[in-house]
Design a binder for this molecule. Sequence first.
Ligand SMILES: [Fe+2]
Ligand SMILES: [Fe+2]
Length: 371
Amino acid sequence: MTQAAPAPAKTNGTGTVFTPDQLQYVDELKKGRFDLQWLKDPKPNWGIRAQMRNPNRGLTLQDINNAYAGEPEDAPKDRTMAPRGSVYDEDVPDMGYQYNQKYQVWADNVVALYEEACARQWSATRDIPWDELKPLPDDLERAQCQIATLLTEIEMIASDFPAKWLWQMNQHFHEVKMFLCTQAMDEARHLEVFRKRALANGGGLMRCLTGTEVFLKTILHAPTYIQGSFLMHVLGEGLVLDIFRGGEFLAKNKTEKEIYRLCMQDEARHVSYGTMHLKYFLEHHPERDKALAEMHMLAEAAELGIPGFLTNPYIIEPLAVLMGDGVKGIDKGMEAIRLVWVRMREEYLNRCALAGFDRRSVTKVPEQAPF
Ligand SMILES: [Fe+2]
Ligand SMILES: [Fe+2]
């Protein structure tokens, strides 16, 4: 939209700044004359009554979208915060959004995921049975704390990364932005719960490694949203989801079981959005073949780095100790880790396949753990 030059501001004699239009309106109000144009404006949604499909759930975004202004446009012409479906001035400012095409941000499950995220928020203070946490043998406490330190370190990348891109997404796609806000909150809570676990049972925070930070930096500074989203939602959070799923084995008490169970619920949403976003991106990209080739190059580079990233004594050994129920059982634990490797690889390839991104025949992730 072309921008009209702003009218020069004036004061009404009290130092308060008004535009000429505002000054005129003040004069009219003083004479008891109201504008009331808002009563005469076109009313595109007058008479719309969104119906609850399920009264037990309440009035959802899907209900609203079903009733009115459901599907966003592929390429909205304006870059405004005025809500989709509203009537707005022609000279609204350009907000400077960089992501103005639906395929750049959308996923077909994002509306449902937002509703689920709101319905399943939990409190790391109140909803974890902290009083069930009892002293553990030193090796198990250290192992839990090393994993809790790693998770405290990495969780907030999935707040920082969406927050970095959020303001650049056109508000026409408000559902995506709202979902990413829930993700940022989820990850804040994950940081909180693992930090609390590390500090609640005598172990404390442990070691952070350069390699982990390098991976986080790659995500944070990815040059485009889709590249960072693939690295984070599809690859990184997918691996974290597999760690959470192993929570039944990792947990030594009800406290830890509940931490992993609740985090797993949240993480599954993030992975699900990222997978379906990749699918939407690839299906709707105007230069699909080029986009596909670029994503394969990115995936190949990332996959080549996975074995080195995961073959890390501060990751696999505490996991093996937890799985083997102590240092004495570390060999048994490593057997379990090798099985987890196969499952992680399989689930990553399945996620890619679900997105229509076939990595199975070309993946660089070794079939078996390299240890
Ligand atoms: Fe998380
Ligand atoms: Fe996440």
